[in-house]
Write a protein that binds this ligand. Structure first.
Ligand SMILES: [Zn+2]
Length: 290
């Protein structure tokens, strides 16, 4: 699943490639129409595919930025501004290509669900193998309340104090630390891979209750979350399965992970253990992490 570093990588590449360009035409896949007809909402949320197409054709992409694991496209049309908020879900990816046939990797080519034509030979294509991703056209952020509840960006000065304060709240105090750091209302953009790595680096067992961890350790944990996210951004993100950047390339952070997916602990060579926490499989070293 794309996490914060992968989304950051996508945004950094999208900005110079497509900002200030106008969407001439929108094509939506038959799968999305069928989903809507069946009373579901694959990918395009909150409106019909027809309404989405009518609204988005003619829009200019003014500005692209990342908030946690969301991509915000600020769009303008006829003097007004709107927002398209995108979440990549499990396996969403954007491709910036001259022609749809240039999305050469078969598993993505088969799942090109929303296609924006920017010029005669320029397309921005959203492909999503498992269709858990989202595109949501909003007048403003407040129209979709979950966006208002997100924790601050982990790189912001206020994020550490925000995290420490949340850890004192009864709602989080009694929970497993891994569940808490993966909660987007406590830490923004820390998914399974990076939570696993940060807990290993600080030698904290993923199932330990927040109330049993002292403040100095919580502080150190937050610093390691920021460090591991920063390193991953520098390596172009992790491509465990389906992450691709807008040129179809994989990231490199998966070669630098120490605990996620490992059979043995790189520090003490004990066999790693796994535990399901908040619905996600958690790797840890039963010897190093207490
Ligand atoms: Zn170990």
């Amino acid at each position: 699943m794309p996490e914060l570093p992968e989304v950051e990588g996508v945004v950094r590449m999208l900005k110079p490639a497509v900002e200030h360009k106008t969407i001439q035409r929108v094509i939506v896949s038959p799968v999305i129409y069928a989903s809507k007809a069946a009373g579901k909402e694959a990918i395009i949320k909150g409106q019909t595919p027809e309404a989405f197409i009518a609204a988005v054709e003619g829009m200019t992409i003014e500005h692209i930025e990342r908030h946690a694991k969301y991509i915000f496209f600020t769009m303008s049309k006829n003097g007004g501004q709107q927002l398209i908020v995108n979440h990549l879900g499990m396996s969403g990816a954007w491709f910036h290509v001259a022609h749809p046939d240039d999305v050469i990797e078969g598993k993505f080519h088969k799942h090109m669900h929303v296609m924006w034509q920017l010029a005669a030979e320029e397309w921005l294509i959203y492909a999503d193998i498992r269709r858990f991703g989202e595109l949501r056209l909003l007048r403003e952020v407040a129209d979709y309340p979950p966006l208002l509840a997100m924790a601050p960006e982990p790189f912001d000065d206020v994020a550490m104090d925000y995290f420490l304060e949340k850890c004192t709240q009864r709602k989080y105090n009694n929970k497993a630390i891994k569940a808490v750091i993966m909660d987007g209302q406590v830490v923004s953009g820390c998914g399974n891979i990076y939570a696993t790595e940060a807990l290993f680096r600080t030698k904290i067992h993923p199932g330990r209750k927040v109330s049993q961890i002292d403040k100095a350790q919580l502080r150190q944990l937050f610093q390691e979350i920021v460090a591991v996210l920063t390193e991953s951004i520098a390596f172009g993100g992790s491509s465990i399965s389906d992450y691709r950047n807008i040129n179809g390339e994989a990231g490199g952070m998966q070669h630098h992970l120490q605990m996620y997916g490992m059979k043995k602990c790189p520090m003490c060579h004990t066999n790693t253990a796994q535990q399901i926490i908040a619905g996600r499989n958690s790797f840890y070293c039963p010897n190093c992490q207490r």
